[in-house]
Write a protein of this length. Structure first.
Length: 366
């Protein structure tokens, strides 16, 4: 299994949902960066399971223990390793799933690839739980970016077809990005949030689940970050966003909507604003040719409905080679979207921080 992001920063995520611990090693962080552990905990709490009707009832404190890389509240240049102990596992729920794979989860593909040696309990290394260490790395990157005037935020754009107010991609402000994260259910329009929560409750009562869309923005970025072709900002962000289990799509700016537009509608006209080049619209989502253009960077991810639902489902017995019915008895999120909002912020923050470090180190060589 490869769970390593390679760039200026190397982010290596380890552990399984029901192993003694999960964790992350981040290599390449500049020395001397302050890490506010209280602020980091507030960020991790936004993702932690066990609170809210939309969450799995599995309660975990999700308090990181730093084993290396920090000294006197700052990064010390050594690889930073943090672990989170798993304290509330119920592995018996997974006893049947090695033989009878859950539709929509990774049980079947893991069985094929790892020949039965994979850890099935709690989804093993495939679990959404592994986004907690992603958020440790991303939370530290968010703090580094904020000190440089770069702000990352996200909100629930839609759940089950109910839409929140969208970001204004031209006039997106720091406050728009930060406000949803101060509430337990991260939306811009509280009324839309209430309707979404009711829809989740209804799906749960039907022993079903819901999916949705998360919109993420970054403001304060300089123009010129990223590269063409394989190392564009889109590529870098998408690679990290797809590390979040259940993410099935990523679109930047107007995204798939561009397909229905004419060039005259989709092009973002340039204009001068106090010596700065800006665009009047932002269908590009702040990226042209893989490189930031100084406008807000905006992207959305599609999150599928939670695969583990309590309804009986068709599956197969792999040992007997025959069709069967599966009933899942476990503790699952009826909707992954609300808890995945900080995970998307973490993915964006790591990608942007990495690109900035690369840019800085390149220019230092000249
Ligand atoms: C924060 C978070 C929580 C999740 N919770 C659950 C869950 O409770 N039950 C479940 O079946 N899947 C859950 N998932 C999704 C599965 O981990 C994921 O669908 C599975 O690993 C297969 O990966 P894929 O959907 O990317 O193909 C969660 C994902 C995230 C990001
Ligand atoms: C624990 C978390 O979510 C888990 C993600 C998950 C999955 O299959 O992805 C399945 C469930 O695991 P368990 O059966 O052990 O309760 C969720 O609770 C977490 O996100 O921290």
């Amino acid at each position: 299994m490869s769970s390593i992001y390679h760039g200026q920063l190397t982010v290596s995520i380890f552990g399984q949902s029901h192993a003694p611990a999960i964790g992350v090693t981040v290599d390449g962080l500049p020395a001397g960066e302050p890490v506010d552990l209280e602020e980091l905990q507030v960020f991790l709490n936004r993702r932690a399971p066990g609170t809210g009707n939309w969450s799995t009832p599995r309660k975990e404190g999700d308090q990181p223990e730093f084993l290396s890389g920090l000294s006197q509240g700052r990064t010390c240049g050594a690889p930073l390793t943090a672990v989170i102990r798993n304290t509330n596992t119920r592995s018996g729920d997974y006893a049947d799933l090695r033989d009878i794979p859950r539709p929509g989860h990774a049980d079947y593909t893991a069985q094929v690839k790892y020949g039965g040696f994979q850890d099935v309990a709690g989804g093993g290394h495939f679990s959404g739980r592994l986004t907690a260490p992603l958020c440790i790395a991303g939370g530290i990157c968010k703090q580094m970016l904020a000190r440089r005037g770069i702000w990352v935020g996200a909100h629930i754009a839609a759940i089950g077809g109910i839409w929140d107010r969208a970001y204004d991609p031209v006039a997106l402000s720091r406050e728009d990005l930060l406000a949803p994260g101060r509430t337990r259910f991260s939306v811009l329009a509280p009324e839309a949030g209430e309707r979404m929560q009711a829809a989740i409750a209804a799906a749960k009562a039907d022993r079903d689940s819901l999916g949705g869309i998360i919109e993420c923005g970054v403001v304060g970025l300089p123009a010129g970050l990223g590269d063409p072709m394989l190392d564009g900002m889109e590529n870098r962000i998408a690679r990290l966003a797809f590390a979040i289990p259940a993410v099935k799509g990523v679109e930047f700016g107007a995204g798939f909507g561009v397909a229905a537009l004419r060039g005259s509608q989709n092009n973002d006209p340039f204009y001068m604003d106090g010596g700065q080049v800006k665009t009047r619209t932002n269908h590009a989502g702040g990226i042209l040719g893989g490189i930031t253009n100084g406008m807000p960077l905006v992207f959305r991810v599609a999150v599928k409905p939670t695969p583990s639902i309590a309804q009986p489902q068709d599956s197969v017995s792999l040992s007997r080679g025959e069709n069967t019915t599966l009933e899942i008895h476990g503790r699952h999120d009826p909707c992954i979207v609300p808890r995945a909002v900080p995970c998307v912020e973490a993915a964006a923050a790591i990608a942007v921080c990495d690109a900035l470090l690369e840019q800085q180190r390149r220019s230092e060589l000249l």
